[in-house]
Design a protein around this ligand. Structure first.
Ligand code: DAH
Length: 356
């Protein structure tokens, strides 16, 4: 096809080679790598300023009898270019989907070394659980200092300096103030005194914490250990309230098969006093070596707050009555998890700590 002689003086010589347009378009379309870029190329190939559009405009320069054939070929070229674009679009979309799938793929066979994570020590977990049980029964949780004066640890608890009961606790004194006046608390009972002094009755509180005694470590004793103290002070509190509280706690913490019993005992700060025992968790009360065939295991001490203790903190024992109890958290852990030797709690042997 040749442009007619009248044409050509103007700026643009019409391109009337549709096959060339198609093959140029084919090459251009293949260079495109994204769907977005393909839209631009589409405008370039088929838009108002495209070679194809110019060729259409150029039809007028042809002799009238040549125009239909030339027009048909141009239309064919448009369809061919559209097909090229559609084909490229399909392939680009397919590639993009495949790329996305690869990127989002999970390799379920991948083996990752698990990160070593710390965890709470079993004794701490026991403490948390005990607190939960008592909070569920309406108690608050309080804490006191680990370094105490002689007054809080002994005297206010009705153990004057010469009292023989002081011999029950092998005390670690601190090199502070006058000799034998400041010490590492030997039990959590001094927190009872702080509670009564600081907030006054009514009191329904448990007081967990660390205690220290100059003990020789063995399977059931460690020199640094934990206790949880309980104190209730209100009007009209009776020994039955104490027994009921101990029994509720025992079944709540150890399970419905484990019960409690109280046996007469002596503590300077309670009157009357009792030891509380729970069903042996090993034999469930049948009798075994751990419980010396009795079916019972001692857990702690308890009793009604002695009027002398109320007097030490200025409370009128005609108005207020109360009970107290205290037991070892480590002992509790040992019993509940059937751990033969308590010393593993402090050995820091990772092989043991990983299991508990
Ligand atoms: N403080 C005592 C001890 O360490 C245990 C104890 C006994 C606590 C009787 C009490 C109690 O509150 O009433 O052996």
């Amino acid at each position: 096809m040749t442009p007619s002689s009248e044409a050509g003086e103007g700026a643009e010589a019409p391109v009337l080679d549709p096959e060339a347009l198609v093959s140029e378009a084919g090459a251009l379309v293949e260079t495109v790598t994204t769907v977005g870029a393909l839209d631009e190329v589409r405008t370039h190939l088929l838009g108002k300023r495209s070679g194809l559009a110019r060729a259409h405009q150029g039809l007028v320069t042809l002799a009238p009898e040549e125009r239909p054939e030339a027009g048909r070929r141009l239309n064919e070229a448009r369809r061919a270019i559209e097909a090229l674009l559609a084909d490229r679009r399909r392939r680009l979309e397919r590639d993009e989907r495949a790329r996305l799938l690869r990127a989002e793929q999970l390799d379920l066979t991948e083996v990752l070394t698990p990160r070593l994570r710390g965890r709470l020590h079993l004794v701490q977990r026991t403490r948390d659980e005990l607190e939960d049980v008592f909070v569920g029964m309406g108690f608050v949780v309080a804490e006191g200092p680990e370094a105490e004066t002689d007054w809080y640890n002994f005297e206010a608890l009705h153990m004057p300096p010469a009292h023989p009961a002081r011999g029950m606790w092998d005390t670690l004194y601190l090199d502070l103030g006058d000799p034998e006046t400041v010490l590492l608390r030997t039990h959590t009972s001094p927190v009872q005194i702080h509670m009564m002094e600081n907030q006054g009755p009514p009191i329904y509180a448990v007081m967990p914490g660390k205690c220290y005694r100059r003990d020789t470590p063995d399977a059931r004793h460690i020199p640094t250990f934990h206790q949880i103290e309980g104190l209730v002070v209100d009007r009209g509190i009776s020994f039955a309230d104490l027994a009921g509280t101990i029994e509720s706690f025992t079944t709540a913490y150890f399970g419905p098969d484990i019960h409690s019993r109280l046996r007469p005992s002596y503590f300077p700060f309670t009157e009357p006093s009792a030891e509380f025992e729970i069903t042996c968790t090993i034999c469930k009360g049948e009798g075994c070596r751990t419980c010396s065939q009795t079916g019972w295991i001692e857990l702690g001490g308890c009793g009604m707050v002695d009027p002398a203790v109320f007097a030490a903190v200025g409370l009128d024992s005609e108005v207020w009555t109360g009970f107290a109890f205290g037991f070892g958290i480590d002992r509790c852990t040992q019993m509940r998890h059937e751990i033969p030797d308590m010393r593993v709690f402090y050995d820091n042997d990772a092989r043991v700590l990983r299991q508990i």
